[in-house]
Design a protein around this ligand. Structure first.
Ligand code: HEC
Ligand code: HEC
Ligand code: HEC
Ligand code: HEC
Ligand code: HEC
Ligand code: HEC
Ligand code: HEC
Ligand code: HEC
Length: 436
């Protein structure tokens, strides 16, 4: 009799456990694949986890990798990472500016251009120039704004450290200001191994691996803990300051100050090589007073403040690092959020359906995750339309717009409505505050 009771109890608890398990799976199922990532061995901010075989390796270029990694090469070759710096001799069509309308004050002619910088939002132009006895490049004093199709003046010092370089672009070498992030090999070894963001910018120098792959590893960011994994992207996608400025002043670094983390290689601890752009809760050229970015290339500064980053989510959970999807041209939509999120799940949204969460119809633009949680907050140039989406992954309230002048999702879309109207609607929905 007693045995029977025990057996029944055991059976009931197994069933209970099963039910509980099923319930947990329903609630947490989508996030389970990421738990391993969330709990990955935390190595800390200062450990050097670059594979030993890369310590004395050099950069060799993507053609070497293509031989054995055709798939990754193919995906990467269609991405904008390969378009950043283009050789105009190899591809004259890479020039997108309209040279028939180039203002006469321009310091350069079409024939002088060696490389183009960028193309999607704006394009700048590189010409060869000797600076302090070494062969370098300079950037022209006019840039093409691709979004509004106009030439606009470009000054490196206005864009950059205001007191770190000569005001005349022709005296400022790109080796100090741009090439660390736009060429592969410059950041740590000061060689322009390859234009643009190539394999080794994220995997580190590959000479030894390319010769004997089995014996010599290269760094793969997803093998590390999430914070360290994100660093390969943050080396470029973040507004930084020269680490040396912690110990010395701008005057002594005049003409040599860097905005890129000089010396960094994937796997090395990024924070040793740079300081992030300062933010003390006040409005700056780069950030609104609530920490949201004003400009392009603030993805990293914003993302490290987000709850998702704190919970172990990385850039590559949303962007395939080779293809670079989740862009306007290669959108992934709500599905890329619903990989982890689901309605009524502990990580949110807490409501039981999309309409209950967004208060818009399911197929409305007002129900798109990124429209509300990644509103367009920044511009590429002052005269460009706002196209830069925030990576802070919270919700910017209309009240914050009143206080900080930062754009918010509701009136970005409902342009004919007032901030009070948006605030009232949110109150009615019981969502007027972003509670963390
Ligand atoms: C001769 C062929 C060959 C060449 C050339 C080559 N690789 Fe590899 N690569 C391999 C093989 C084989 C493996 C799998 C190694 C293993 O399993 O031990 C690999 C693995 C990798 C990995 C995965 C590492 C991991 O931890 O999972 C990356 C990343 C990589 N290679 C990048 C590169 C890059 C970048 C280059 C160019 C600099 C390159 N490879 C050149 C053959 C090659
Ligand atoms: C923008 C950074 C970046 C660039 C550029 C890049 N990779 Fe990767 N690569 C990564 C990351 C991050 C991973 C890990 C992906 C994962 O685990 O989901 C990876 C993974 C790999 C792997 C392991 C298999 C896989 O696909 O996960 C190979 C092999 C590889 N990369 C080769 C290359 C080659 C060859 C190139 C150049 C043609 C290249 N990568 C360019 C960041 C990059
Ligand atoms: C060495 C510098 C560098 C590194 C490392 C780097 N990026 Fe980029 N990334 C750039 C530059 C420069 C552009 C702009 C390219 C252009 O517009 O031609 C860019 C563009 C992008 C874009 C927009 C692509 C598009 O189609 O418009 C995405 C998304 C992106 N990067 C994600 C990543 C992720 C994720 C990582 C890390 C795995 C990463 N990047 C690592 C420099 C870098
Ligand atoms: C710390 C790394 C870094 C440095 C240094 C840097 N850039 Fe960039 N740049 C990026 C990244 C990352 C992007 C793309 C992401 C974005 O714009 O949000 C970008 C985007 C651009 C674009 C727009 C690309 C397009 O397709 O529209 C241009 C033009 C550009 N940079 C020019 C420059 C010039 C000129 C310099 C030097 C005076 C410079 N950058 C220095 C990282 C850097
Ligand atoms: C939770 C998902 C998610 C994470 C995490 C994330 N992104 Fe994004 N990212 C997006 C989406 C969605 C867009 C906008 C796509 C659109 O405009 O349609 C975007 C846009 C971008 C763009 C601009 C693309 C363009 O159209 O020019 C860059 C660059 C970028 N992300 C880089 C990064 C970097 C670097 C990280 C890590 C620091 C990161 N992202 C983390 C989802 C994410
Ligand atoms: C790889 C998994 C993953 C993906 C993909 C993902 N998220 Fe998240 N998200 C999380 C986790 C984990 C949290 C933290 C939940 C918590 O607060 O406990 C989170 C939190 C959030 C929050 C709440 C932030 C806060 O401050 O409380 C928002 C908003 C959010 N995500 C929006 C998005 C959007 C929009 C997308 C798609 C562009 C997305 N997420 C894609 C895992 C993910
Ligand atoms: C119409 C705007 C809007 C849209 C569209 C929207 N959200 Fe939200 N979301 C909010 C607001 C406002 C909050 C803050 C709720 C609060 O504080 O009560 C929020 C909160 C969240 C949170 C935090 C947890 C919670 O429930 O409070 C997550 C996670 C989230 N949203 C994810 C998503 C995802 C995923 C999508 C796409 C399916 C999405 N949201 C679409 C406005 C929106
Ligand atoms: C990307 C566009 C978009 C965003 C972002 C957006 N909406 Fe809407 N909204 C719409 C559209 C389209 C409709 C028309 C009805 C529908 O599709 O549900 C609408 C309808 C409404 C309505 C009912 C009709 C009316 O005009 O009175 C209210 C109220 C509303 N939105 C408030 C908000 C608030 C508050 C926010 C910010 C949390 C917001 N919306 C964000 C596109 C948007």
């Amino acid at each position: 009799m007693r045995k029977k009771i025990i057996n029944t109890l055991i059976a009931a608890s197994i069933a209970g456990l099963g039910l509980f398990g099923y319930f947990m799976y329903q609630k947490h199922g989508k996030i389970i694949p990421f738990v391993e990532q969330l709990s990955k061995n935390q190595v800390g901010d200062l450990a050097d986890i670059q594979p030993k075989s890369q310590k004395d390796a050099i950069y060799v270029g993507s053609q070497k990798c293509k031989k054995c990694h055709d798939d990754q090469f193919d995906q990467w070759s269609h991405s904008y990472h390969t378009k950043m710096i283009q050789d105009v001799k190899k591809d004259p069509l890479s020039i997108v500016g309209d040279f028939a309308t180039l203002p006469p004050e321009a310091s350069f002619k079409k024939e002088d251009i060696v490389y183009t910088i960028g193309s999607k939002f704006k394009q700048r132009y590189m010409m060869t120039q000797e600076i302090n006895g070494t062969q370098d490049f300079i950037v022209g004093n006019y840039q093409w704004n691709t979004q509004v199709k106009k030439w606009q003046p470009y000054s490196v010092t206005k864009d950059w450290y205001h007191d770190g370089f000569d005001e005349n672009n022709s005296k400022v070498g790109t080796s100090k200001t741009c090439d660390g992030c736009h060429f592969t090999g410059v950041m740590s070894q000061d060689t322009r191994t390859e234009p643009s963001v190539s394999c080794e910018a994220c995997h580190g120098p590959g000479s030894k691996h390319a010769e004997k792959p089995k014996e010599n590893e290269v760094y793969k960011a997803s093998n590390a803990d999430p914070k360290r994994a994100t660093e390969v992207c943050l080396q470029c996608h973040m507004r930084n300051r020269d680490k040396r400025l912690e110990a010395t002043d701008m005057h002594s670094l005049f003409g040599d100050v860097r905005d890129y983390p000089m010396g960094y290689e994937p796997g090395k601890p990024l924070n040793v090589y740079k300081t992030k752009a300062p933010f003390d809760g006040n409005d700056t050229d780069e950030f609104y007073a609530n920490g949201v970015g004003k400009k392009n290339r603030t993805q990293g500064n914003e993302f490290v403040k987000s709850m998702m980053y704190k919970h172990g989510i990385t850039c590559i959970n949303c962007h395939n690092p080779h293809q670079l999807d989740n862009t306007v041209e290669k959108p992934l939509g709500d599905a890329s959020c619903m990989k982890c999120h689901s309605f009524g799940s502990p990580i949110g949204p807490h409501q039981s359906s999309i309409e209950a969460h967004t208060h818009h119809k399911t197929d409305s633009k007002g129900s798109s995750c990124i429209e509300c949680h990644m509103p367009k907050i920044g511009k590429h140039l002052p005269s460009s339309p706002a196209t830069v989406r925030t990576h802070i992954f919270g919700f910017i309230t209309p009240a914050e717009t009143k206080k900080y002048k930062v754009p918010n999702a509701c009136t970005n879309c409902h342009q004919d409505k007032s901030l009070d109207w948006a605030d009232k609607s949110l109150s009615k929905w019981g969502m007027s505050q972003w509670t963390k």
